[in-house]
Each structure stands twice: as C-alpha cells, then as structure tokens.
Write a protein that binds this ligand. Structure first.
Ligand code: C2E
Ligand code: MG
Ligand code: MG
Ligand code: MG
Length: 284
C-alpha cells in the first residue's frame, strides 16, 4: 500500500515537472520569436548626478510587449532566457539599440548630451563567451558611439566565480567601456575585494538604499567611502524619496537612480528629458 502511495506521488511530481518544463520551453520559444517579431523594447531610466540633480546617463532596461500578455517585466523572462543562449541574443539586441539611441540623442543635442552615458546589463552567461568582446566592439563601431560613453553592468557573482569572465571584462575595459558591479551587497563580494576587481563603478543594491533597517544607512555610507578609496564611481539604486537622496548627498554619493527621479521611460520621452537645459534637471 505504501508502495502504491509512493508511486502515485512520484507520478504527480513527474507531471508537475513535465508541465513546468513544457511551460519553460514554450516561454523560450516565445522569447525567440518575439525578438524576431519586434516585440521587445528598450526603456531608459535616468541616472542622476547627486550633486546637481541633472541627468548623467540612462540605464537601458528591456521590456517585452507580449501579445495577449501586456508588458512582461524582465524578472519574468530574463531568468528563462538565461537558462539558454537566448539571453546573449537579447543582450546583444539591447546593446545595439542602446548604443544607437545614445548616438542619435548626441547628434540631436549638438554637444549638450556629450556627458551622457548609457548603461547596458550583461548576463553572466554572456560574459563567459569570448564573443561578448566582439559584440561590444561591433555595437560601438556601428553606432559611432565613443566607447567611454558605454557602461556595462554585471553582477558580482560573475566577477568572483569565473576567471574567463574577468578576462573578458578586462578586454572590454581596454576597448574603452567601463564596467559597473550591479546590485552590490546582494552577493558575496566583500568590500575589500573591490580593490582587485576590474571595475570602475559600484551600484549599491536598492535593498540597502531604501531600507529602514537599523544599520543599513551606515552600511551604505561605508560602501560609498570604501568605493571612493578604491577610485570607483558610486551609484545608489532604488532612491524612492527625498530623505534617501539627502543622506546620499551627505555621504557624497556620485550618482543615483530610482523612482524619486523617474522610472524607466520609452526612448522618445527619455530623449525629451535630455533636451533643453532645465529639462535635464530632475527633481532638484
Ligand atoms: P537591475 O539591472 O538592477 O535594474 C534595476 C531594476 O530596479 C529595474 O527593474 C528598475 O526598474 C528597478 N528600479 C529602479 N528604480 C527603482 C526604485 O526606486 N524602486 C524600486 N522598487 N525599483 C526600482 P526592471 O526593469 O524590472 O529590471 C529588473 C532586472 O532585470 C534588472 O535589474 C536586470 O538585472 C534585468 N534586466 C533588465 N534588462 C536587461 C537586459 O537587457 N539584459 C539583462 N541580461 N538583464 C536585464
Ligand atoms: Mg542593472
Ligand atoms: Mg541593479
Ligand atoms: Mg537587479
């Protein structure tokens, strides 16, 4: 009896697993098809200079306008794309869009947008692939964007785990792009390791910046000071209110990003924000 019961449970488990795998491969196919069909779109979230509240750049964040599903947020499809090579195609596409977009804004602004940088996320899977260096070089070449206007965001796990990835990052830096550690504080990198990593910018995860937990303010202050000691630029993620911004100003954080300044915008609106002089000031 116990045996029959056990088998029954195994079958239920099998069915659930099979359903999950089917759903996953269907989603993978939908992403691949959607990429070809033009269902993806890049939105741009302002990255703001903490001292002046002017737009210093944008982070390119991908959106999926999936027919019948509305706008699907990246957290629902990036993990699936990351379990196959699909994320490389997606990241390459975003890279092409974002570099071309900033080049177009620069051309339209006649010098007024020359300081603006564009940040693009690269998945860990991409970084272990030698092709990533050629992809970035090709995107820069095609768009005409100066390499020093491009920031590549990677998560800390990639940096610590994989010597091949680290080598590729060094090659990307030699091209002239800068490297940012994304979501810092959520992985296992210690502040001391920052000195030895091939990175230029530290992005403090929003779970610290927006946190009311005791000690988190001091932790953010410590991260900013340590990063500055190692010559890194610091971006605070997830700034949602003016008190958080005030603390970041006191701690001399360089840049900030978050809903207080604005959510990710479609390209045309992000472009409008760059035009004119006062328009580039966000919530001063
Ligand atoms: P991320 O790179 O850390 O991007 C920041 C995320 O925080 C974005 O979510 C952004 O909308 C959100 N955010 C910004 N300000 C605030 C705030 O004040 N409060 C709160 N609660 N959230 C804020 P999004 O766009 O949903 O992207 C989620 C993640 O998906 C990104 O995290 C990134 O890891 C990944 N992702 C997005 N686009 C791409 C892409 O093109 N390629 C790859 N590989 N990953 C991407
Ligand atoms: Mg990012
Ligand atoms: Mg982040
Ligand atoms: Mg994130």
């Amino acid at each position: 009896r116990a045996k029959a019961h056990g088998r029954g449970r195994a079958e239920v488990f099998d069915d659930a697993l099979r359903a999950q795998l089917t759903e996953r491969s269907e989603l993978e196919r939908a992403i691949a098809d959607g990429l070809r069909a033009g269902e993806f779109e890049v939105h741009y979230q302002p990255v703001v200079d903490v001292g002046t509240s002017t737009v210093a750049g944008y982070e390119a964040l991908v959106r999926w306008n999936r027919p019948g599903h509305g706008v699907v947020p990246p957290d629902e499809f990036i993990p699936v794309a990351e379990s196959s090579r699909l994320v490389c195609d997606l990241d390459r596409w975003v890279l092409g869009q974002a570099t071309a977009q900033l080049a177009a804004w620069r051309a339209a602004a006649a010098g007024a947008a020359d300081h603006v940088r564009i940040a693009v996320n690269l998945s860990g899977r991409n970084l272990t692939d030698r092709r990533v260096v050629d992809d970035v070089a090709a995107a820069l070449e095609r768009s005409g964007l100066p390499a020093d206007r491009l920031v590549l965001e990677v998560t800390e796990t990639v940096l610590v785990d994989d010597p091949v990835a680290t080598e590729h990052l060094a090659a990307l830096r030699r091209l002239g792009a800068s490297i940012a550690i994304d979501d810092f504080g959520t992985g296992y990198t210690s502040i001391g390791q920052l000195r030895d990593l091939p990175v230029d910018t530290l992005k403090i995860d929003r779970s610290f910046v927006g946190s009311a937990e005791p000690g988190h303010d001091q932790l953010v202050a410590l991260m900013i000071r340590a990063a500055h000691t190692f010559g890194l630029v610091v971006v605070a993620e997830g700034v949602e209110d003016v008190d958080q911004l005030g603390r970041l100003q006191v701690e001399r954080c360089d840049l900030a990003q978050g809903w207080w300044f604005g959510r990710a915008l479609p390209a045309d609106q992000a472009g409008e924000l760059l035009q004119g002089t006062s328009a580039a000031q966000v919530r001063l």
